[in-house]
Design a protein around this ligand. Structure first.
Ligand code: GLC
Length: 742
């Protein structure tokens, strides 16, 4: 069939029909045909020496990855449909992590918007662009809880908090998958990496994780459960070893929790060659044993490696793997293909007007960039800059004109030529009314030698203000790009010092894929805007915020430590038996000689640094001034199954309208296991006009107070619960309520 003549997409297949069709197809398939459906290959890795096309034609591959040209995908689909033993179409996977051609902020930046609807819209435009190429499966959302900014993949995550990550995970799944997987523009999502990957020791990617069972269930698993409840079509196993068992062979996770407790009925795919890596971990002796361990644990699709292709048939014939296991896996894979409508419409042609769609995508990308950026500091309300009074601006730093670098990690298909840099955004915003002097001064973020530093200093002296664009290039974060030192690389801090000496107002805009340790520059700049890697429309968004077209509204989804030695440092920590108090904290240079052992305060702090973060989870300033008051909690006590309503008045005491993200935190101060000092349990983004006040209400259900305790599982315990509402995790407007026994 000519792939360019796509049959009209059929009505979404009905579940009953699908199961009948799946059963009929499985019944006709040989063991080899079935195992072929469990293989996900890419050009060049399809069981060499055969080509991908030959493997598909022979029914030995059921899914492909990293094929993105529409014509190439249509040809591979044609081979599958017309020349393979059963004419089964292909899953076509790709890492569409934060955009396809149009790039959104990195997920950590999107998380800073605390805006599920915007995150959903971003995933939708990404899905539509990818689907137009023929891609029908993305390996996203990545929802590993990340408490360690040394870990390069924190860039792909949605931050450190369970509740926020869970809400945004569901939003991304909805955006990717739409109302129906068969809809044009929908692609199957894949929640990853199941599970606990973000707890890699010392933030080194792929390193061991040691997560106690209570922590696993209370912190690392809930976002995946949210994705499953949100209908995610697939999960990907993690590379990491979880308490001695690599996730790719972890039957406890894949069978007991995922299938048994959560009734997940989608497919589980390994990560890239994570099945043969089981022998590198030391769990299995060879590929054959690795294939058996992964299949019996519940991995249904093998990505990139070929242990299933080589060993699974023998393993079934020798009784090491049950045929039922294979049949169940293939049934789920075929079900997904039917749900995607691939049997009715396996081919892709460009149906929409790309220009119209692209404008929409760029608008979404701009909104996402605007709402992702976090104003960390604004001394004396230096920002917004008054463009009318700016005759001359010095724009300095290695990331001022970095259209590619601002796209961030995981942007294989991003169009850098359509990315607008900060310099270009500012020029467009200011026009010819303001003279802009742009000097990178450092060739890259890692450069140690200045270029034209004298010219830069002269420019600053002649300017009304200096804007420094600092941070790290996209390659310094992402997979396998962890860093032991997360200061600004190279001579950037020295550049800040030199510019500071000019005495002119200094604004720092930081572009990075992670929290950086900024204690060595934060006091040397008047204002600091954290832009993450903001994607294709980062430039216009930065300009709109710096010059007040919009007010910053982002809030940190992750804690910013003062120094790498504080890590792990996160807001929802346990109190310990000896929490640090201001009077116990000492500075190492103040310690008297021969100070007695117990004289320095015996509590959980470091001698040589303040025990608090540089910037707290949930922190973010705006151009308005928000005040919280009149906390009301009704009723004062609830029983299991009931709701408590928690409301506050939020006033904008500033001079301009802006959006605030009000946050609700709860603490269970006494329980049968220790619980965090506070946990996010609700948030609302509201716009408030200057001088106005609104009442915000949160509804908290008793079930939101449950926690997991081994071996009982999820429990609810009566008692007192503390409540705080405010603009960050240090919120101090407090109240409490009682949960009584049933
Ligand atoms: C990688 C990543 C995973 C990604 C996959 C396919 O190694 O761990 O997140 O989806 O390979 O590119």
């Amino acid at each position: 069939m000519d792939p360019s003549h796509q049959r009209p997409a059929a009505d979404p297949p009905k579940a009953l029909d699908i199961q009948d069709r799946v059963a009929a197809l499985v019944a006709r398939m040989s063991l080899d045909d079935k195992i072929g459906q469990m293989a996900l290959g890419q050009p060049g890795t399809a069981s060499p020496p055969e080509t991908l096309g030959d493997a598909i034609r022979g029914g030995r591959i059921g899914a492909v990855v990293n094929v993105v040209e529409r014509a190439a995908i249509n040809e591979l689909q044609r081979i599958a449909v017309e020349e393979s033993p059963h004419g089964i179409p292909l899953l076509v996977g790709r890492d569409v992590i934060h955009g396809f051609q149009t790039i959104l902020p990195i997920p950590l930046g999107q998380a800073a918007s605390w805006n599920p609807e915007l995150v959903r819209a971003g995933a939708r435009v990404a899905a539509e662009e990818a689907a137009r190429s023929g891609i029908n499966w993305t390996f996203a959302p990545m929802i590993d809880i990340s408490r360690d900014p040394r870990w390069g993949r924190i860039a792909e995550s949605l931050g450190e908090d369970v509740f926020l990550t869970g809400r945004l995970a569901m939003a991304m799944v909805e955006g990717f998958q739409g109302r129906s997987l068969a809809d044009a523009g929908s692609i199957a999502a894949c929640a990853k990496h199941f599970a606990g990957y973000g707890a890699a020791e010392s933030g080194r990617d792929y390193a061991t994780t040691n997560i106690p069972d209570n922590e696993l269930h209370n912190v690392y698993l809930p976002p995946f459960r949210a994705a499953v409840e949100g209908g995610v079509a697939s999960l990907m196993t993690s590379f990491s070893d979880l308490d001695g068992v690599p996730a790719t062979a972890h039957a406890g996770l894949l069978r007991d929790v995922l299938r048994g407790q959560w009734s997940f009925d989608g497919i589980v795919v390994s990560d890239w060659e994570s099945i043969p890596q089981l022998s590198v971990h030391g769990l299995t002796a060879n590929d054959r044993e690795a294939a058996i361990a992964a299949a019996n644990a519940g991995v249904e699709v093998e990505m990139a490696s070929a242990t299933y292709a080589r060993h699974l048939a023998d393993a079934v014939r020798s009784g090491r793997v049950d045929l039922e296991t294979i049949d169940a896996a293939v049934a789920r894979i075929l079900t997904l293909k039917f749900e995607l409508g691939l049997f009715e419409a396996p081919y892709t042609q460009a149906t929409d007007n790309p220009q119209a769609k692209r404008e929409t995508a760029l608008q979404v990308a701009r909104q996402a960039a605007l709402q992702s950026m976090v104003l960390l500091k604004n001394h004396n309300d230096l920002l917004p800059l008054d463009s009318q009074r700016m005759e001359r601006l010095a724009i300095l730093g290695p990331l001022a004109d970095a259209a590619y670098e601002q796209l961030g990690t995981w942007i294989f298909d991003g169009e850098a030529d359509r990315s607008v840099s900060a310099l270009a955004g500012i020029r467009a915003r200011l026009g010819s009314d303001t003279e802009i002097i742009h000097l990178p001064v450092l060739e890259t973020s890692r450069s140690r030698e200045f270029v034209d530093i004298d010219a830069a200093l002269a420019a600053v002296r002649a300017a009304d203000a200096a804007i420094l664009f600092l941070g790290e290039e996209s390659i310094l974060s992402g997979e396998a790009h962890s860093r032991a030192n997360i200061d600004l690389p190279g001579a950037q801090a020295k550049l800040v010092q030199r510019i500071r000496a000019s005495g002119k107002p200094v604004v720092a805009v930081i572009l990075a894929g992670r929290p950086l340790t900024l204690a060595n520059i934060v006091d040397q700049v008047d204002a600091m805007l954290y832009a993450w890697h903001p994607g294709s429309m980062g430039g216009p968004a930065i300009a709109d915020l710096l010059f007040g077209i919009e007010s910053p509204s982002g809030k940190l989804p992750v804690t910013f430590p003062r120094a790498v030695g504080q890590i792990p440092l996160y807001y929802n920590a346990k109190n310990t038996g000896k929490p640090p108090r201001p009077d116990t904290v000492t500075r190492i240079d103040e310690i008297p000689v021969q100070a007695p052992q117990t004289s320095l305060g015996m509590s959980a702090f470091h001698l040589d640094i303040d025990h608090t973060p540089l910037f707290a989870f949930g922190h973010g300033l705006s151009y308005a001034r928000f005040e919280y008051s009149d906390l009301r909690i009704r009723p004062p006590q609830i029983a299991p199954g009931e709701c408590v309503r928690i409301s506050v008045e939020l006033r904008n005491a500033g001079r301009r309208a802006a959006e605030e993200i009000a946050q609700l935190y709860v603490r269970d101060p006494v329980a049968s296991i220790t619980r965090p000092v506070r946990e996010l349990k609700g948030f609302q983004r509201v716009r408030v006009a200057p001088g106005q006040a609104v009442r915000i209400e949160f509804r908290l259900h008793a079930d939101d107070l449950r926690f997991y305790r081994r071996p009982s599982g999820w429990i609810l315990e009566p008692g007192r619960f503390q409540v705080w509402v405010g603009g960050d995790s240090n919120a101090d407007l407090a109240g409490e309520f009682q949960l009584i026994d049933a």
